[in-house]
Design a protein around this ligand. Structure first.
Ligand code: GDP
Length: 374
C-alpha cells in the first residue's frame, strides 16, 4: 500500500469516527431536549380551551340531614307541641284535662289506638314523676312519642343488588322496587326523587313506567329519568302495565342495573280492577324473581282517608314500606303513627316538598322534635 492510499484510508476511517461520534452525541441528547413521548395530536395540543359538556346528572343535595327541613315545613307543628305541653302543665291534671290531651292528639291524626296508648302511659309516668315542670313533662312526652314511632325499627330500603342463584353463585340481579299508591298522592314524583337519591349514591337505576293509564305519567317519569341519567322503559299508552313492568325488570337484569324502580297506576275508584291490575303486575314481575320492596305512597294531607287507601293496597300487595308525601303541607304529622300502626309497616321515606331533593329518609327523632316544635 503506497502512502497516498494509506492517507485516503485513514481519512475515510477518521470521517466515520467523527460522524459516528457526532450521531451518538445527538442520540444521547434527545431525551433531555424535549418530551420523547408526546402522544398529543398536534391539533389537540393546539385546540383552544372548550368547556366540557354539562354533566347529565344534576347536582344533588346530600341525603343526610334532609329530614331537618321538616321542622320548618310541618305547618303549625308547634301548635301540637305547645297545645299538649300547655295542657300537661296545668295546675290540675284531672280526667277532663287528659281527655283534652286525647283530643289534641286525635286532631293531629295520631289515631285513636295510638292516642289511648300514649295517654295511658303518660298518665302513669306523669303521676310517677311527682313534678310537672315543663322540662320534665316535655321529656316524658318526647320519650313516649318516640317510643310510639319506633326509634329502632329497620327503615332501610332494600335497594342493594341481590345474589342471583339462577346463573351461578356469583351472579347478581337488580333490586326491584314497586311503587304503589292512589294517583295524585305523589307516586311518580317519589319514583323520580328516589332515583336521584340512588344515583347520587352511585347506583345505576332503570325506571319502569307501568302507570300506563295516566297519559302524562310516562313523560313525567322520563323527565325525572333524563335529569339523572336513568333510562325509562315505557309501553304504549293505555297498554298493559304488567308487561311494561316485566320488560323493565328484564331489561334491568340484562343491562346489569343495580335497581329497577317501577311506577304503577292507582285508580282507587275501582277496587276490584285495582286488585287485579296490581296483583298481576306483581305476579308477572315475580316470574323473573322476587320484588324486594313494595313502597306504598300516601298523601299526608288526606289524613284518615289515607288510612282507608292503605288498607286497600295492603290487601292487594304486601307493602314493605310507606312513603308519606306532602308532610310539608300539613299540621297533622300524627298520621305517621297511625299508618304505621294500621299496617304494621314502617314509614321509610317522607316527602317534604315539590323540589327534586325534597325526599328524606324518615328519622323518628327529628320527626318527634318537629312535632313538638323544638
Ligand atoms: P301520582 O299521580 O301519584 O304519580 O302523583 P304525582 O307524582 O304526579 O304528584 C302529584 C302532585 O303532588 C304533584 O304536583 C307533585 O309535585 C306533588 N307532590 C308530590 N310529593 C310532594 C311532597 O312531598 N310535597 C308537596 N308539597 N307536593 C308533592
Amino acid at each position: 500500500m503506497d502512502t497516498l492510499t494509506l492517507v485516503v484510508v485513514l481519512a475515510v476511517l477518521g470521517l466515520f469516527v467523527v460522524v459516528g461520534a457526532g450521531l451518538a452525541l445527538v442520540g444521547r441528547r434527545r431525551p433531555s431536549s424535549g418530551p420523547v413521548l408526546d402522544v398529543r395530536a398536534p391539533e389537540a395540543a393546539q385546540a383552544p380551551y372548550a368547556p366540557e359538556a354539562p354533566p347529565t346528572v344534576e347536582a344533588l343535595a346530600p341525603v343526610a340531614g334532609r329530614m331537618a327541613r321538616l321542622r320548618s315545613r310541618l305547618r303549625g307543628s308547634q301548635a301540637l307541641g305547645t297545645g299538649l305541653l300547655g295542657l300537661l302543665s296545668r295546675e290540675r291534671l284531672d280526667d277532663a284535662a287528659w281527655e283534652e290531651v286525647e283530643e289534641v292528639l286525635i286532631t293531629a291524626d295520631v289515631g285513636v289506638g295510638p292516642t289511648r296508648e300514649l295517654v295511658e302511659r303518660l298518665r302513669t309516668r306523669v303521676a310517677g314523676a311527682g313534678r310537672r315542670d315543663p322540662d320534665v313533662v316535655r321529656a316524658l312526652l318526647r320519650e313516649e312519642l318516640l317510643a310510639l314511632v319506633g326509634p329502632d325499627v329497620d327503615r332501610s330500603l332494600r335497594t342493594a343488588t341481590v345474589p342471583d342463584g339462577a346463573d351461578g353463585e356469583k351472579g347478581v340481579r337488580p333490586a326491584v322496587v314497586l311503587v304503589v299508591g292512589v294517583n295524585g298522592t305523589g307516586k311518580t314524583t317519589t319514583v323520580g326523587k328516589l332515583a336521584r337519591v340512588l344515583v347520587a349514591d352511585g347506583r345505576t337505576v332503570l325506571l319502569g313506567a307501568a302507570d300506563t293509564f295516566r297519559a302524562a305519567a310516562a313523560d313525567q317519569l322520563q323527565t325525572w329519568g333524563d335529569r339523572v341519567g336513568a333510562p325509562v322503559v315505557r309501553g304504549p299508552e293505555a297498554g298493559d302495565s304488567a308487561s311494561v313492568a316485566f320488560d323493565a325488570v328484564r331489561q334491568g337484569a340484562q343491562g346489569g342495573y343495580d335497581v329497577v324502580l317501577v311506577d304503577t297506576a292507582g285508580r282507587l275508584q275501582n277496587k276490584v280492577g285495582l286488585m287485579e291490575e296490581l296483583g298481576k303486575v306483581k305476579r308477572v314481575i315475580e316470574k323473573q324473581g322476587p320484588v324486594d320492596e313494595v313502597l306504598l305512597v300516601l298523601d299526608a294531607t288526606t289524613g284518615q282517608n289515607g288510612l282507608v287507601q292503605a288498607r286497600v293496597f295492603a290487601d292487594v300487595v304486601s307493602v314493605t314500606g310507606i312513603v308519606l308525601t306532602k308532610l310539608d303541607g300539613t299540621a297533622k304529622g300524627g298520621i305517621v303513627l297511625a299508618v304505621q300502626r294500621e299496617l304494621g309497616v314502617p314509614v321509610k321515606l317522607v316527602g317534604l316538598g315539590e323540589g327534586p331533593d325534597d325526599l328524606a329518609p324518615f328519622d323518628p327523632e327529628v320527626f318527634v322534635d318537629a312535632l313538638l316544635g323544638d
